[in-house]
Design a protein around this ligand. Structure first.
Ligand code: NDP
Length: 472
C-alpha cells in the first residue's frame, strides 16, 4: 500500500500529526530512529492506526511513498534536520517535497531553501502551532516555500488543520523562511501574552492576597468577555488544580523558574535587528531569564529585603477587578501590535509580502494564542489594509483610549507597591513613546554629534548637520 505522505520523526509532535492525518483518511508512512515507535503507532491506535504504515529503514520509507513524495520532518530543530535531509536526498526522485515542520530558526530555513533550489527537489518550512493536542486534533499551520508546491500540500494540510467557524487555519504565507518566521513571532507574542497574565496574577496574589481558587474564578469570568482566549482559559484551569500530594493548589508548589526553548528570544533578536520596538516580547524573555536565577534572586532578596505581604492600592471589588481586566486587555492590544509590527517590518525587508490579516486569521484557532481577539485583528487589516501599526486601526484606537487609564493606574500602583510589571510597564511605555510626536532623542543626537561627529537632522532645515561643540 503506497502512502499519501510520510512523517519522519515520530516523537510527541510527529506521532500526533501522523495520527491526525491518518484519522482524516490519508495513508501515512512512518519512520523513526527507534523503529518500534512506528509499529506501536500503528498497533496502539485502533482503526486510525490502520492508516499508518510503519517502516524499518529510510529506504523502505521512501519506497512506500507515492510520488511526488511528501516527507514531513518532525525532529529536533537544528543540525539533525540537515543530517536527515542529507540521508534521504540520495533516495528521492525529482519533484519530491521535503517539509521541515519543527521549530526551525527561519534563517536555517532560508539557507536550506537556497541549497535545495540547486537540486530537483523542493523544500518547505512549515510552522506548526498548538502543541501535542493541536498536532493531534488540528493545529494552526504556517507554510513558507514555493507557492506552487503548496497546492500539492494543501489537500492534506487543510483537513488536518484547526478550523475557525469552518475555515481551515492554514495558509501559504510567503517564500523560504516566511512560515517559520511567522511561527517564531507567534511564539514571541505568546511569551508576551503569558508574561502579562503572570503579572496580573502577581497583583491578584500579592496586591490583593487572593487564593488560587479565587483567582481561578476571576480568570474564568474574564474568559467570557474581551479577554476570551485559550491562554486565559487554561490559566483558570491551572489555578483551580490541586496538588495530589499536599492538597495545596498546584501552582503554589510549582517553582517560579520558567523554561524557554528559544523562539521568544529569536523574536526579540529579530525585532532588534529590524529596529522595531517589541518591548513586551523582550520583557517577557528577560523575565523568564531572571526567573530561572532563583538562587540569585534569593541572595538579592537577602541584601535588599523582599517586598512582602499583601500590598499596594488594589481593591478586590468590582471596580478594582475591572481595572485589572481593562489593563490586561489594553496591554495585550499593544503587545500584539508590536508582534505584527515585527512581521510587517520583516515582510518589507525581505520582500515576503506577508499577508498580515491572513496570519491573524490562521491564528484564530489551533494555536496557543488563539482567541476571539485575533478575529478583530483580521477585520482591522481587512478594513484598513496592512496599516503600519495596529494601534492606527480605528477599532483599536477606540479600545486603547478606553483602557489607557486602567493600564496606567495598574502599572503606577504596582510600581509604588514594588510588584514587578516588566511587560505591562513595557506596553505602557511603548504606547507613551509611540504616540509622542516630540521625543527626547534630539538630546541623544546632540551627544552623539559631540563625542563622535555622528551628525543630526534639524526640524527647521533640510540636510545633515554637524555642530562645533565646545571642547569638553
Ligand atoms: P520529541 O523529542 O518528542 O521527538 C523527537 C523526534 O526526533 C523523535 O522521533 C526522535 O526519535 C527524533 N530524533 C531525535 N534525535 C534524532 C537524531 N539525532 N536523529 C534522528 N532522529 C532523531 O520532540 P517533539 O515532537 O516535541 O518536537 C519535534 C519538533 O517539533 C521540534 O522542532 C520542536 O521544537 C517542534 N515543536 C514541538 C512542539 C511541542 O509542543 N512539543 C510544538 C511545536 C513544534 P527517537 O524516538 O528515536 O528518539
Amino acid at each position: 500500500r503506497l502512502a499519501d505522505i510520510g512523517v519522519l520523526g515520530l516523537g510527541t509532535m510527529g506521532a500526533n500529526l501522523a495520527l491526525n492525518m491518518a484519522e482524516k483518511g490519508f495513508v501515512v508512512a512512518g519512520s523513526n530512529r527507534t523503529a518500534e515507535k512506528a509499529y506501536a503507532l500503528r498497533d496502539d491506535n485502533g482503526a486510525v492506526g490502520q492508516n499508518i504504515v510503519p517502516t524499518d529503514s529510510i529506504e523502505q520509507f521512501v519506497a512506500t511513498l507515492k510520488t511526488p513524495r511528501l516527507i514531513v520532518f518532525m525532529v529536533p530543530a537544528g543540525p539533525i534536520v540537515d543530517e536527515e535531509m542529507q540521508r534521504i536526498m540520495p533516495l528521492l526522485s525529482p519533484g519530491d517535497i521535503m517539509i521541515d515542520a519543527g521549530n526551525a530558526d527561519f534563517n536555517d530555513t532560508v539557507r536550506r531553501s537556497k541549497a535545495i533550489a540547486d537540486t530537483p527537489f523542493h523544500f518547505v518550512g512549515m510552522g506548526v502551532s498548538g502543541g501535542e493536542l493541536g498536532a493531534r486534533h488540528g493545529p494552526s499551520i504556517m507554510v513558507g516555500g514555493e507557492e506552487q508546491v503548496y497546492s500539492l500540500l494543501s489537500k492534506i494540510l487543510e483537513p488536518i488543520s484547526a478550523k475557525y467557524q469552518g475555515t481551515p487555519c492554514v495558509a501559504w504565507l510567503g517564500p523560504d523562511g516566511a512560515g517559520h518566521f511567522v511561527k517564531t513571532i507567534h511564539n514571541g507574542i505568546e511569551y508576551a501574552d503569558m508574561q502579562m497574565i503572570a503579572e496580573i496574577y502577581g497583583i491578584l496574589r500579592d496586591g490583593l492576597g487572593l487564593s488560587a481558587g479565587e483567582m481561578s474564578d476571576i480568570f474564568a469570568d474574564w474568559n467570557s468577555r474581551g479577554l476570551s482566549s485559550y491562554l486565559i482559559e487554561i490559566t483558570a484551569v491551572n489555578l483551580a488544580e490541586k496538588d495530589p500530594d499536599s492538597g495545596k493548589p498546584l501552582v503554589d508548589v510549582i517553582a517560579d523558574e520558567a523554561g524557554q526553548k528559544g523562539t521568544g528570544r529569536w523574536s526579540a533578536i529579530e525585532a532588534q535587528k529590524l529596529g522595531v520596538g517589541a518591548t513586551t516580547i523582550e520583557a517577557a524573555v528577560s523575565a523568564r531569564g531572571i526567573s530561572s536565577r532563583r538562587k540569585e534572586r534569593a541572595a538579592t532578596a537577602a541584601l535588599y529585603g523582599s517586598v512582602a505581604g499583601v500590598r499596594g492600592d488594589f481593591h478586590p471589588d468590582k471596580d478594582g477587578l475591572k481595572e485589572l481586566e481593562q489593563a490586561l486587555e489594553t496591554a495585550k492590544i499593544i503587545a500584539y501590535a508590536q508582534g505584527f509590527a515585527v512581521l510587517s517590518a520583516a515582510s518589507e525587508e525581505r520582500g515576503w509580502n506577508l499577508p498580515l490579516g491572513e496570519i491573524a486569521r490562521i491564528w484564530r484557532a489551533g494555536c496557543i494564542i488563539r482567541s476571539q481577539f485575533l478575529d478583530d485583528i483580521t477585520r482591522a487589516y481587512e478594513a484598513s489594509g496592512p496599516a503600519a501599526n495596529l494601534l492606527h486601526a480605528p477599532q483599536f484606537v477606540e479600545r486603547v483610549k478606553a483602557g489607557e487609564t486602567a493600564l496606567r493606574r495598574v502599572v503606577a500602583k504596582a510600581a509604588l507597591a514594588g510588584i514587578p510589571m516588566p511587560a505591562l510597564a513595557a506596553a505602557l511605555s511603548y504606547f507613551d513613546d509611540y504616540r509622542r510626536a516630540r521625543g527626547t532623542t534630539n538630546l541623544t543626537q546632540a551627544q552623539r554629534d559631540l563625542f563622535g561627529a555622528h551628525t543630526f537632522h534639524r526640524l527647521d532645515q533640510e540636510g545633515v548637520f554637524h555642530h562645533q561643540w565646545p571642547a569638553v
